[in-house]
Design a protein around this ligand. Structure first.
Ligand code: ATP
Ligand code: MG
Length: 323
């Protein structure tokens, strides 16, 4: 089924992801899909957590860490600055501690703990994930297009429920460490320890968010994940393996989009043997690709005459991708 029809027949799939190995065209396809939907009157947000700011590059507009930036009618782009989210998160913890214990300054041991916890990869991933959940839950767009980071990393996100578990365990530990503090402060203030467990409330809140977001990410009805592939033996192989892993995470793989196909029309012209051989080789890989992914290849996008940046190029590519 052509990519266009997949979108037209499933308007309920509002969460769109393009994934694949590094440099194959995830950002390009995300931008093209966003452009195509927006030009059909849908309100679209295309977003990423990529610190490399590739949406900034492709739209030729400074987007990084600026919230949703309007690109054109119906189209917004957002690049989440994960580091600033971590800092915000730290500040929130500090503020809670100060408010709760009426301290003028965060005690050194606690500050050290906050610093150490923030250096943990789990914390960084959680901050990113949290930001994504925020974007998806707060906005009122018709479509959310998530321009993913390269595959290995994306898989990591998708196993985020586990990472989150880890994080919750850390907070629980922090909570226990703090209980000692709490008792000490209470004794000093001649108060009884606060019985209401705010932190526990927070944990429950987070758990609820995890469930909601994991529900969105793996909801076949609302989500469509597309693999970006190119006709090369190694990529086909890796993608096949990745697809199997994704299946284990219940990711609803909606199809495959092939990028960088050298146009066959060139064969009609006088071209060097070099190019002729390349095309013949690609044909072999295309056959292999179609065999590997059955009928799930939804579009073939040619190698363009130049890199894809700026709206006119995006429009051109979208026209082919959604033909
Ligand atoms: N069909 C195409 N024709 C010509 N250039 C292309 C095509 N598709 C992608 N490119 C170019 O290839 C480069 C990589 O594409 P893109 O940034 O979309 O890949 P990516 O998968 O998002 O990479 P990363 O894994 O780093 O996020 C970009 O410079 C882009 O303009
Ligand atoms: Mg990219």
């Amino acid at each position: 089924m052509p990519l266009k029809d997949v979108f037209l027949q499933h308007p309920e799939r509002r969460y769109i992801m393009f994934g694949g190995k590094g440099g194959l065209g995830k950002t390009t396809f995300s931008a093209a899909a966003a452009y195509w939907l927006a030009s059909r009157g849908k309100k679209v947000l295309v977003f990423s957590v990529d610190p490399q700011a590739s949406l900034t590059d492709i739209f030729k507009k400074d987007i990084f860490g600026k919230g949703p930036v309007k690109i054109m009618e119906n189209l917004w782009a957002q690049e989440i600055d994960a580091d600033s989210h971590i800092r915000e998160y730290q500040d929130e913890i500090r503020k809670k501690i100060l408010d709760r214990y009426g301290l003028p300054k965060v005690p050194d041991e606690i500050e050290n703990y906050i610093q150490a916890a923030s250096a943990e990869p789990a914390m960084e991933e959680s901050a990113i994930f949290d930001a994504v959940v925020d974007v998806v839950m707060k906005g009122d767009y018709d479509y959310y297009i998530y321009d993913l980071v390269p595959l290995g990393h994306a898989l990591y996100y998708l196993s985020m429920a586990k990472v989150y578990d880890e994080w919750i365990n850390k907070i629980t530990k922090l909570r226990e460490d703090m209980r000692e503090y709490e008792e000490m402060v209470s004794r000093l203030k001649h108060e009884k320890a606060n019985e209401q467990d705010e932190i526990l409330q927070e944990l429950l809140y987070i758990k609820n968010r995890i469930n909601t977001s994991a529900g969105i990410l793996t909801d076949k009805a609302k989500t469509a994940f597309f693999f970006v592939v190119v006709p090369e033996a190694m990529i086909i192989d890796d993608t096949r393996k990745a697809a199997q892993m994704f299946a284990q995470f219940d990711v609803p793989v909606a199809g495959y989009v092939v990028n960088r196909v050298i146009p066959h029309e060139l064969l009609q012209r006088k071209i060097p043997d070099y190019l002729r051989n390349r095309i013949a080789m690609q044909d072999t890989h295309m056959t292999e690709l179609h065999q590997a992914f059955d009928d799930h290849v939804m579009a073939e996008v040619p190698e363009m005459e130049r890199d894809v940046t700026g709206l006119p190029m995006i429009e051109k590519l979208a026209g082919i991708m959604f033909a």
